[in-house]
Design a binder for this molecule. Structure first.
Ligand SMILES: Cc1cc2nc3c(=O)[nH]c(=O)nc-3n(C[C@H](O)[C@H](O)[C@H](O)COP(=O)(O)OP(=O)(O)OC[C@H]3O[C@@H](n4cnc5c(N)ncnc54)[C@H](O)[C@@H]3O)c2cc1C
Length: 476
């Protein structure tokens, strides 16, 4: 079964609008605009209506009606997704379901280290709610001011703290979802152990809005660190970067809460385009690492461990030069250099993206061979690798040659992807480390999954969404 391919009739739109109230059924073109384009501007779409429900029951009523009338629904959280999963197609047939008004903190139990939040709460607000109760909710992304818990769940978001705390899947105990039929499944359990059959929760995490609408979640909280130390280090080669990672793991264990890396060209882009950015080190290096060490005791404790790590690394000629942030403000400046990387690439012309993951010890070989492969397709292109090295996740981005025509370069997107993904496959990696499949990588899925796996995924989709109303044309 597939959802209807014609635009919903005006009378049907009125029925949808009546569920949320006219004020929250957006039809005005200007007001709709922010919902129709995603951060990379690759998939501009159209919709007859953006619905903004304020309660789970409203979501349920919307899906019931959509299922009965086979109206396609595109769930949207903060609209920061990077694979075009959250915007409607150009057809104008699909209704956008924006979850932003479901943003309540339903419960926070500091003793049990859990909180129950609604899907539309921004990640920054969820982190702030935890901090207010002297707890840590560890998921951390550069987009956290805008992205929402529901979107984080639907994409199984990663970010900079995965090394110590895992992905969004690992941080979730229970879910409330609305099924395509309009039924509500309340799986808001706060149990760490629950062996009562199939784990339904995990089916919905990472399902990119294609199996159900997530409306709330029980999330895990952690003790709030009493101190942190942030290292910014320059290193001569990727081998040294990997050795530093291993040493940091060996000495800090779970207190190593971030290990990010970037090539010099990435720092050059940031210094050129980020206002007030400055190079923290006095000389240039091939590679840079931003490593965070937390302590449950104090800042001094974290700093001492960071200093010991750096002293040993410099003795062994692993690190060429480094600084440890002397204040929270300085740590913020160092993080800004890393977090601006996604944004500043736009100012250097077209950029062809790869969000890939690999067994971490294969990273150096991957980057060397993938660089050669990309340059063979587009000689003169600039390779900008950066990312979450501790998780083996690299954003292997390829910027256009200086002075090249942007559109002509971007027209080579699939060719460059193909060359790079072949090296990913050779090293047993994944073509999506954290951003998901969405529209951008949908055509690649059958090449990286076995026919058995694809068939299972399709059966699951057909069982949960028999009329194909949930985010059609995305993921599968
Ligand atoms: C500057 C920047 C930095 C980023 N850094 C990272 C990073 O480090 N790690 C990382 O993993 N990602 C990163 N991202 C990508 C993005 O922020 C994440 O994918 C995030 O989890 C998306 O959340 P969102 O609320 O914006 O979801 P959206 O973009 O609105 O939606 C993403 C997908 O989830 C679905 N969806 C959204 N809400 C729901 C819901 N309630 N129920 C069912 N389906 C839903 C949508 O249909 C879509 O398929 C970054 C993005 C930007 C712009």
């Amino acid at each position: 079964m597939t959802a209807l391919l014609r635009a919903p009739a005006p009378a049907l739109l009125e029925r949808f609008a009546a569920i949320v109230g006219a004020r929250y059924a957006v039809t005005d073109t200007a007001a709709q605009a922010p919902y129709l384009i995603e951060p990379r501007g690759r998939y501009p779409g159209r919709t007859p209506m953006v619905l903004r429900p304020g309660a789970t029951e409203e979501v349920a009523a919307i899906l019931k009606l959509a299922n009965e009338t086979r109206t396609p629904i595109v769930p949207q959280g903060g609209n920061t997704g990077l694979v075009g999963g959250q915007t409607p197609h150009e057809t104008g047939n699909e209704i956008v379901l924006s979850l932003g008004r479901l943003d309540r903190l339903r419960n926070l139990d500091a003793e049990a280290n859990t909180m129950t939040v609604e899907a539309g709460m921004t990640l920054a607000n969820a982190r702030a709610a935890a901090a207010k109760a002297d707890r840590l909710f560890p998921l951390s992304l550069a987009s956290e001011g805008t992205c929402q818990i529901g979107g984080n769940l639907a994409t199984n978001a990663g970010g900079t703290a995965v090394l110590a705390y895992g992905t969004m899947r690992d941080l979730t105990l229970g879910l409330e979802v609305v099924l395509a039929s309009g039924e509500i499944w309340n799986g808001l359990r706060a149990l760490h152990k629950d062996n009562t059959g199939y784990d339904l929760r995990d089916i919905f995490v990472g399902s990119e809005g294609t199996l159900a609408i997530i409306t709330a979640a029980v999330l895990k909280l952690y003790p709030r660190p009493r101190g942190t130390a942030l290292i910014f280090a320059g290193l001569p080669n990727l081998g040294a970067v990997l050795r530093l990672l291993n040493n940091a793991r060996a000495t800090a264990g779970r207190d190593l809460t971030a290990f990010e890396f970037m090539a010099r060209i990435g720092l050059d882009f940031v210094l050129r385009h980020l206002p007030d950015a400055r190079d923290p080190l006095s000389t240039k290096h091939e590679w840079y690492v931003l490593a965070g060490i937390s302590s449950l005791i104090s800042d001094d404790d974290a700093r001492e461990r960071a200093e010991a790590l750096l002293a040993a690394a410099s003795e062994a000629d692993i690190v060429s030069d480094a600084v440890i942030a002397a204040s929270l403000a300085q740590a913020g400046e160092l993080w800004r250099l890393r977090e601006a990387l996604s944004e500043v690439q736009k100012h250097e012309g077209g950029s062809i993206k790869h969000d890939v993951s690999l067994p971490v010890e294969r990273m150096a070989n991957f980057i060397a061979e993938a660089s050669a492969a990309a340059l063979k397709v587009v000689p003169g292109a600039r390779i900008v690798p950066f990312g979450h090295l501790g998780d083996g996740n690299v954003h292997f981005n390829v910027s256009q040659p200086i002075g090249a025509d942007r559109e002509a370069f971007l027209a080579r997107w699939d060719e460059v992807n193909e060359a790079v993904h072949a090296i990913v496959a050779h090293y047993d990696g994944s073509i999506s480390g954290e951003h998901g499949i969405g529209r951008a990588k949908r055509h690649l899925l059958t090449a990286v999954k076995s026919p058995v796996e694809i068939a299972l995924m399709r059966k699951l989709k057909a069982a949960l969404d028999p009329n194909g109303i949930l985010n059609p044309g995305k993921l599968l």
